[in-house]
Ligand binder design. Structure first.
Ligand code: ATP
Ligand code: MG
Length: 538
């Protein structure tokens, strides 16, 4: 299904208005990228690919106070990981062009230097029903504005003492057009420019100029900027430096259920230690999703499926989860891990018993084949797979009951040690002639349980929940933090998993999909998603 953006691009190519499609992804380097940014990257990359154009990665680094080199590096890494390829630009490299554009506006009588304070500015801006008031400096002579603007650049003016304002219309029904500030004084070290500049352009001046310098054909941004579009066009039109100015189009931003989609809030979670870092596997950041076990293709599939719309909405978390689940279900190697181990002794085999069994690696991958696993006298099963007093419809092991050990034998439970509420060891016997694949005993069992042998490795398993609770949707995010978003368990896993590569993913039978943590030194597995698809495909 083609999006409205594709319709626009195709019409522009047909009419000859555009010859080459150039899109851009323009993050501000003030935090790590999140899944919302992935939507913007996927869209811009897809448009460039489809129409044989290109997509620039441009850092919108016009605010020295919030920007850092660490963020620049992480953004490049994450964009590449998602599949972006292309050239990297920095808006700060265009500061000279932007300054020149501002001077041109002043010379044309389209901008003036004002000494208005932010409070005063707000007061005089008017409301949706009331026009704003002209500043007493609005008709300052051009020569005087030029001189003051040069003073601002020369470092002779304190932060906030003077600003440059566009001279448009204080009665415009669009408040963004009421003489917005386009340049300000900031005495701060810029992460790339150092102390070269102490005047910085505001977004509404900078962004259209950045797009124009790079010959962007379609500047695609999120809906909040719809009301800024007239200003975007005004800047390019009035500065008159670009014969073929770019155009802005807006699409709906991604909001994802039970998470936060704003660098500012995500930074707060990091700074306040609620998460372990920007790449904490609970974070909706690209780095967090990668560490959790998401693949670039699963995120691209997600972005394709949610599509590009003109109206904001909230996407169910399950929709993202089903994209990675589908991939892993088709291809991930299966393995056994016991999250809450309970020892089980097979009483009718010798102490040194070991038997090699065939374990199917992946039922949906014909080429995957089988792997040898070893059954021993002492094994571990899940605590929840044994019950002295079974709840109704219980299909697992009970005293005198039977169950099949995955890829192994049917066993019968003969007793247990400990108390009914807290058994510490289970005793069972192998029923001869029931080996998996060679069973003609006719015995029917209700359940198949997973297990690991006595050589299994101990591992830490981390189970995650959403960052935010489902309730109180309208409350501030700080009141919605889910304090149970991480549960850590000491598990026992097959020896096969002890050699797992960092970042490799598996299906742990009956437990979900897990990824070996890429960062921790020990054996740590992150649960990516559970097995069941909670998301209702419509
Ligand atoms: P944040 O509020 O998280 O800092 P932002 O919009 O300020 O987001 P930028 O770095 O300025 O972040 O964004 C770069 C690009 O990513 C912009 O084109 C923006 O429209 C897009 N973008 C940001 N958040 C989303 C989102 N949730 N869904 C889709 N696109 C987004
Ligand atoms: Mg921003």
């Amino acid at each position: 299904m083609a999006s409205f953006i594709e319709d626009i691009i195709e019409a522009d190519l047909q009419s000859g208005r555009e010859k080459e499609i150039v899109t851009r992804f323009p993050p501000e380097p003030n935090g790590y990228l999140h899944i919302g940014h992935a939507k913007a990257i996927c869209l811009n990359v897809a448009m460039a690919k489809k129409y044989n154009g290109k997509c620039n990665l441009r850092f919108d680094d016009t605010n020295p106070v919030k920007e850092e080199e660490e963020y620049v590096q992480s953004i490049i890494e994450d964009a590449r990981w998602l599949g972006w390829e292309g050239d990297i630009y920095f808006a700060s490299d265009y500061f000279e062009v932007m300054f020149e554009a501002a001077v041109r506006l002043i010379k044309k009588g389209k901008a003036y230097v004002d000494d208005v304070t932010p409070e005063k500015m707000r007061e005089m801006r008017g409301t949706l029903t009331e026009a704003g008031k002209n500043s007493p400096n609005r008709d300052r002579p051009i020569e005087e504005s030029l001189r003051l603007f040069e003073d601002m650049r020369a470092g002779k003016v304190a932060d906030g003492a003077l600003v440059l304002r566009a001279k448009i219309d204080m009665a415009s029904p669009n408040i963004n057009m009421r003489d917005p500030i386009i340049y300000r004084v900031v005495h701060a070290r810029h992460h790339r420019q150092g102390d070269k500049w102490c005047v910085y352009p505001m977004y509404d001046l900078a962004h259209p100029l950045e797009d124009a310098v790079e010959n962007i054909s379609h500047s695609i941004c999120t809906l909040e900027f719809e009301d800024h579009r007239p200003l975007y066009d005004w800047v390019l039109n009035e500065c008159g430096m670009f014969p073929h100015p770019p155009h802005q189009y807006e699409f709906a931003r991604l909001n994802l259920e039970r998470t936060i989609m704003s660098k500012r809030y995500l930074k707060k979670l990091v700074d306040e230690g609620f998460v372990s870092g920007w790449d904490d596997p609970r974070m909706p950041t690209i780095a967090g999703l990668r560490r959790r076990g998401y693949t670039p293709s699963s995120i691209r599939t997600f972005c394709e499926r949610i599509g590009v719309a003109k109206a904001n909405s909230e996407v169910e978390a399950g929709q993202l989860e089903s994209c990675i689940r589908e991939e892993l279900n088709a291809a991930a190697p299966r393995a056994m891990a016991v999250l809450d181990p309970l020892e089980l002794v097979l009483d009718n085999v010798p102490d040194d018993y070991e038997e090699t069994l065939d374990f199917e690696i992946c039922p949906f991958d014909e080429n995957a084949g089988t792997r040898a696993i070893t059954l021993t006298k002492h094994i571990y099963i899940e605590k929840s797979d044994f019950a002295v007093v079974p709840p109704p419809k219980y299909k697992r092991l009970t005293v005198d009951g039977t169950v099949r050990l995955k890829s192994g034998y049917i066993i019968r439970c003969t007793g247990y040690e400990g108390t009914p509420d807290a058994p510490v060891r289970v005793h069972a016997e192998i029923i001869e002639g029931t080996r998996s694949g060679q069973d003609n005993s006719g015995i029917k069992v209700k359940g198949v349980i997973h297990w690991v042998n006595d050589r299994s490795a101990s591992a830490v398993v981390r189970l995650y929940d959403h960052l935010l609770i489902a309730e109180n949707k309208d409350a501030d995010f700080s009141e919605r933090l889910n304090r149970q978003s991480l549960i850590e368990k000491e598990a026992r896993v097959e020896t096969y998993l002890a050699d797992a590569q960092r970042g490799a993913s598996f299906q742990f039978l009956r437990q979900g999909y897990f990824c070996r943590d890429a960062k921790e030194n020990g054996l740590v597995f992150n649960r990516i998603v559970g097995l069941k698809d909670a998301y209702n495909k419509k």
